[in-house]
Design a protein around this ligand. Structure first.
Ligand SMILES: NC(=O)C1=CN([C@@H]2O[C@H](COP(=O)(O)OP(=O)(O)OC[C@H]3O[C@@H](n4cnc5c(N)ncnc54)[C@H](OP(=O)(O)O)[C@@H]3O)[C@@H](O)[C@H]2O)C=CC1
Ligand SMILES: Cc1cn([C@H]2C[C@H](O)[C@@H](COP(=O)(O)OP(=O)(O)O[C@H]3O[C@@H](C)C(=O)[C@@H](O)[C@H]3O)O2)c(=O)[nH]c1=O
Length: 287
């Protein structure tokens, strides 16, 4: 069985290339082979590979930059997944896609469930929501896994930024009024593989997708703030750096970010098992 994996140079894509190995023949493509801003190329690659499953972690993830490149963000995060969905449907294949906590406005302290009303505050979030909608509207069998605050020991992420800055500076000023759950890229990849192993046990049947497909939240257990997350990172790394909690207003950015960004993974936990607490995953990742 062929699995077409996009974005294999990204945080989640890199981990997926390993986690998906047991499930089939993984055809991993990066931007040089399939540029998601080129919709004809996306279509051509899917037609050439003829996968039974497309797994799409590739995305435009530069949240602030997206504010000045809305069309490009929309093409990569919304139109390209739409083309993948159309092509997968044509081939009788299924699509696994990733989305974000930033589809929500984050004005309510409770953990968001899958059916809660969306309302992105920024261009990135709006483009990811449009991607979800294109996939759902296509009618393709799909899983959309919404995750949050992704980090790992490679790629571009908050953990690595903080480790670098903490070594360069005596003091870091970090927002303490945005709440969420940092999620290790490996947790996302391994959970995806666990879910797909269950689908494979049912021969990826239409019945399985009807019963288990759809949108799931997949983020670490527990919640924190960017400030407290940084405290945990610095402490575990044993770096001496003073951390100052600040408000979002004191750290102006081109994109607005949600204040409360916690996702409830209850639906996924009930069907597919365990997701670790953010502190446990951070410890393991940094070890
Ligand atoms: N990072 C985060 O904090 C969060 C991410 N998500 C979602 O999870 C998924 C995985 O994210 P993550 O692994 O962290 O993202 P990364 O930014 O680490 O990786 C994104 C990947 O997409 C690729 N990509 C970007 N533009 C294009 C393009 N035009 N054509 C082909 N490939 C492209 C990048 O390639 P290249 O290396 O060449 O740039 C890279 O491989 C995404 O859907 C994202 O929206 C959800 C919540 C939080
Ligand atoms: C570098 C830095 C950032 N910050 C703040 C800015 C921002 O509010 C917060 C997080 O910064 P970042 O820009 O790294 O994170 P951001 O790009 O907003 O991260 C988001 O990425 C996308 C892809 C997602 O889908 C989201 O789930 C989320 O992970 O930390 C500080 O307070 N101090 C600092 O020194």
């Amino acid at each position: 069985m062929k699995i077409l994996l996009t974005g294999c140079s990204g945080q989640v894509g890199y981990e997926l290339e390993r986690s998906l190995q047991g499930l089939g023949e993984v055809v991993a493509v990066d931007r040089s082979r399939m540029d998601l801003s080129d919709l004809d190329q996306v279509r051509d690659v899917v037609r050439a590979v003829q996968p039974r499953l497309i797994v799409n972690p590739a995305a435009y993830t530069a949240v602030d930059k997206a504010e000045s490149e809305p069309e490009l963000a929309h093409r990569i995060n919304a139109q390209a997944p739409g083309v993948m969905a159309e092509e997968a449907l044509r081939l009788g294949a299924a699509l696994v896609h990733y989305s974000t906590d930033y589809v929500f406005p984050g004005d309510d302290p409770g953990a968001r469930v899958e059916t809660d009303a969306t309302g992105p505050l920024n261009v990135y979030g709006a483009s990811k929501l449009a991607g979800e909608q294109a996939i759902v509207a296509s009618g393709v069998p799909h899983l959309i896994l919404r995750t949050s605050w992704v980090y790992g020991m490679r790629g571009k992420n908050f953990l690595l930024t903080m480790l670098r800055l903490a070594k360069e500076r005596d003091e870091l000023r970090i927002v303490a009024d945005q709440h969420g759950a940092p999620t290790w890229s490996r947790t996302i990849a391994d959970t995806t593989a666990t879910i797909l192993a269950q689908a494979r046990a049912h021969d990826f049947s239409a019945d399985w997708w009807r019963e288990h497909g759809g949108i799931y939240h997949l983020s670490s257990q527990g919640q924190t703030t960017w400030f407290e997350f940084t405290q945990a990172i610095i402490e575990q790394a044993g770096i001496d750096c003073r951390l100052v909690p600040i408000t979002s207003a004191e750290y102006p950015t081109p994109a607005r970010r949600p204040q409360y960004s916690v996702l409830s993974s209850q639906r996924l936990l009930e069907r597919f098992g365990h997701v670790p607490h953010w502190r446990d995953a951070l410890r393991l990742c940094m070890q």
